[in-house]
Design a protein around this ligand. Structure first.
Ligand SMILES: [Zn+2]
Length: 78
């Protein structure tokens, strides 16, 4: 027996590709747990959280990136 303590945050890893130099990078983001907080990649995409993310490619300075993948979140059975 044991008590499962809910994580304080929902971790996601975003896979981004720079629109200018095509370098790929990852970004770890953590969201608070609560009402209306996305818990899986689909919900994350539909949420407003991604719109607040700032991208800045270190090698070339581009601020435009394409989101090529998301990992993480809570897996729930259907
Ligand atoms: Zn770049």
């Amino acid at each position: 027996m044991g008590l499962v303590v809910p994580a304080a945050t929902t971790p996601f890893t975003l896979y981004l590709r720079c629109d200018n130099c095509m370098r790929e990078s990852t970004r770890d983001i953590k969201l608070p747990v609560g009402e209306g907080i996305p818990r899986d990649p689909e919900e994350l995409i539909e949420s407003a959280f991604l719109g607040d993310l700032k991208f800045n490619c270190r090698p070339c300075g581009s601020v435009i990136a394409q989101l090529v993948g998301i990992e993480g979140g809570y897996v729930h059975d259907h």
